[in-house]
Design a protein around this ligand. Sequence first.
Ligand code: COA
Ligand code: AMP
Length: 630
Amino acid sequence: MGYRDVYTAAQADPETFWMDAAKAIDWVTPPTRALNPDKAPLFEWFTDAEVNTCWNAVDRHVEAGHGDRAAIIYDSPVTDTQTTTTFADLQAQTASLAGALAAKGVTKGDRVIIYMSMVPEALVAMLACARIGAIHSVVFGGFAAHELAVRIDDAKPKAIIATSCGIEPGRIVEYKPLLDAALDMADFKPDFTIVFQREQAVGTLTEGRDFDWNEIQNGVAPAYCVPVSGDHPAYILYTSGTTGQPKGVVRPTAGHLVALNWTMKNIYNVDPGDVYWAASDVGWVVGHSYICYAPLIHGNTTVVFEGKPVGTPDAGTFWRVIQDHNVKVLFTAPTAFRAIKRMDPKGEMVADYDISSLRTLFLAGERADPDTIEWAEKTLNVPVIDHWWQTETGYAIAANPIGIEHLPVKIGSPSVAMPGWDVQILDEAGHPLPPGDLGAIVVKLPLPPGTLPTLWNAADRFHKSYLNHFPGYYETGDAGYIDADGYLYIMARTDDVINVAGHRLSTGGMEEVLAGHPDVAECAVIGVTDELKGQLPVGFLCTNSGTTRTDAEIVADCIKRVRDNIGPVAAFKLACVVPRLPKTRSGKILRGTMVKIADAQDFKMPATIDDPTILDEIKVALQGIGYAKD
Ligand code: COA
Ligand code: AMP
């Protein structure tokens, strides 16, 4: 069957389609039905099943005789380390850590925050939680203590598992002091922490609260896999919304297992035993789905890479990893390839390595620009597949499903809707738009299995963010169009979310931090186009009259403030002081117009603008920091 047949079959009879896909999972109690519409418009899947994720990702492969197969290859150019963890090792390690968690009272439904750098133990921690039905919430290491504290207060974890440090090129980032600061800041106090000590910076443990990773496992009984119901939350992953309060995306257990497993063959075209490498971080959804869960559930070997595409040590690192570990599929964000291309424009370093194992490159996380796609195709001589998804969905909404049929590639499009996804384009009033017309990208409910059923502790926000604007549809927050052949084009976000090096960030969250500065009366943050990172945040500050501080001092303070509050990942390094912000007569800041000025694009003077001369002031300020060039 080709793509069109599979898609049509899934749309016509989703029950049969997903019950068939569910056969690839080991159930404790198999589902009797796929979709549960009882709480519509909140849809759930496989709710009457019982299952364990860790069993499916680890134990069942050992049971099937594949205990000696590599589950995780750890390749860390920043520590000069390469190790292999077999499925049997992984089973022993997760059972032991899960045993330690259970011995300290962590049980089904308890939350555990994981704040770890890119080491195999991060996967062990995630899987150990899954083993006993605890709900993990991984927090990216590039976030500051305050962001960690916000997540502690929201998730109310019984325990936190952390590494003592992370390693960035040229510097060690000590996580333990950040964890201590977050624990001080948070109102909620977890019972205990477990620290995986790395020799590059050993953390100081607080007696009675902090436990060493190895010591806490001494003498504990290994834990067995605890069955959970199909709708049990596998994890919570916080992602940026329009405000500084992140949204806790809930991932349901059974749908996650079924859908991720389905994608491995049908989208990525890998078979059990193949080596699959997602060059991302466990702190992001790509890391959850395609560093940890999907490859392991499907019986693939996953690569945990601790390094950067450039500078660790050079722009040939990706090719070396492909060669050393026989990587068949590489998945990363376009920004990684832009970084490599900048260092090695002709792609000459590929010739130093044997990358013949590589079959396909997949890109996601941000718009894949045609130049980058063409460069990657030419350099690697393999198909380059753009695909589109979000933290909320957990896997691709649109892709080129090469395991079913390699469709013609249209550069600039992540191709077509995947089976189970009824993607449509609507105008502001909710009317369907014809092919080629730009509008809001929505998905007709129900969303397929594995997608978010709600937001943690925020059911109202779930309705408000995703369901209320277009009743009967899930609002993706992206704008774009579908062409006459059904190919989708993702053009922009419809909200205040920006995408910096594939990292999703909230300009609203940054504005909240800037507004807290005593000399800032009003502010705005926009995302301007950046050749390497796709977008970069730029802050506009209106200062209080009577301040004794210089503009330069206030700008420097504000940059530090965002780094200290949100973290280095915000990449907030550009700000300027302006006398006023451009607004509509009703007081709405004209951020879209400011972006156009910064990117030196033509724009139409907004009819509702209060005072057009303010735009000239904005242009001058932007020129002062290297943007809005004539
Ligand atoms: N812990 C602590 N700090 C971290 C961190 C972590 N896990 N990850 C990143 N940071 C810091 C970086 O050191 C950097 O700090 P700096 O301002 O002091 O230099 C800042 O956060 C921004 O990091 P990053 O976005 O990684 O930018 P970079 O300039 O270091 O590297 C790229 C640029 C393009 C090479 C890099 O973004 C990259 O490899 N991207 C790949 C794509 C990717 O991972 N996408 C994720 C979603 S798929
Ligand atoms: P995240 O939740 O961090 O994965 O970010 C999701 C957002 O990243 C989407 O809503 C898009 O705005 C953007 N995005 C992800 N993949 C793509 C893609 N292939 N093309 C364009 N934008 C993308």
